[in-house]
Design a protein around this ligand. Structure first.
Ligand code: NAD
Length: 243
């Protein structure tokens, strides 16, 4: 069985990282048009760098939670393939041990040079004076994240995985940000995979899922993963029994 798992800010909420929406969400503290768009970067790069620098610095204070760990266990123990497609720019999935992972909105611990397009690992602050380690151009560095109005990364690979999967899980995402919010409609249109939403509350696209489990990711994800692993082991033992 091939499993594709879409994750969003909600899976990292119990690690202490703010989600986007909600009362204490990131967007209640900053204006998206000031710090999260290409126009904002062209207008005031120092402000945009400052926002991302603070977010990047804060990451070391947060640890993967039991939901991240459960998904890493699923990948390690499930007899088929498990792909996580995350909208998150934090690194909690990889720190939990997940390996087959696509960061469709990029990573805070990566930067990109707008002059030579080089992308590399980066843990320090960025500034308007930072220069590229590859081409040495100064003032061209930006966070390797997808801002609003930009195209997410690795979409062809994601679409191929969605078309081939047997089970689609959506965890901790509000269903407001496209194209990720449209994956469930793609799954329904293709008509072959079972779909399950695991979220604190019904998302925008909740009614399109075949099954919904509502609760905190730290509670519902480990239980769901254990049941899934148990049922796949049962299926294997049944197929191995002499007929
Ligand atoms: P969102 O803020 O729009 O929605 C978060 C969803 O998670 C909500 O539906 C909420 O009900 C749910 N949620 C909150 N706490 C939860 C919990 N404990 N368990 C399960 N679900 C919980 O987030 P989104 O849909 O991912 O929005 C998209 C954008 O947010 C993405 O582009 C992503 O890059 C960005 N983002 C990422 C991070 C991060 O990297 N950790 C943090 C904030 C925002």
């Amino acid at each position: 069985m091939r499993i594709v798992i879409l994750t969003g800010a909600g899976i990292s909420a119990e690690s202490g990282i703010d989600t986007f929406r909600g009362e204490d969400g990131l967007w209640s503290k900053v204006n998206i048009e000031d710090v999260g768009t290409p126009d904002a970067f062209a207008r005031d790069p120092a402000l945009v760098h400052d926002f991302h620098n603070q977010f990047r610095r804060s990451l070391e204070n947060h640890q993967p939670n039991v939901a991240h760990l459960a998904l890493a266990k699923l990948e390690a123990e499930h007899p088929g393939t498990v792909l996580i497609v995350t909208q998150n720019v934090d690194n909690l999935h990889e720190r939990a041990g997940s390996q087959n992972l696509i960061h469709m909105h990029g990573e805070l611990y990566k930067v990109r040079c707008q002059a030579c397009e080089a992308v590399y690992h980066w843990t320090d602050d960025l500034s308007v004076k930072s220069s590229c380690q590859r081409c040495q151009a100064a003032g061209q560095m930006r966070p390797h994240v997808t801002w609003f109005y930009e195209m997410p990364m690795r979409m062809d690979e994601i679409q191929r995985a969605l078309a081939a999967c047997d089970l689609f899980l959506s965890i901790g995402t509000s269903g407001n940000v496209y194209p990720a919010a449209g994956f469930i409609a793609d799954i329904r249109r293709m008509g072959r995979a079972h779909s399950v939403e695991l979220n604190l509350e019904p998302s925008e696209g909740s009614s399109l899922f075949a099954e919904c489990i509502h609760g905190p990711a730290g509670e519902v994800v480990p239980v769901f993963v254990d049941q899934l692993l148990e049922s796949s082991m049962d299926a294997i033992s049944a197929s191995e029994k002499p007929k």
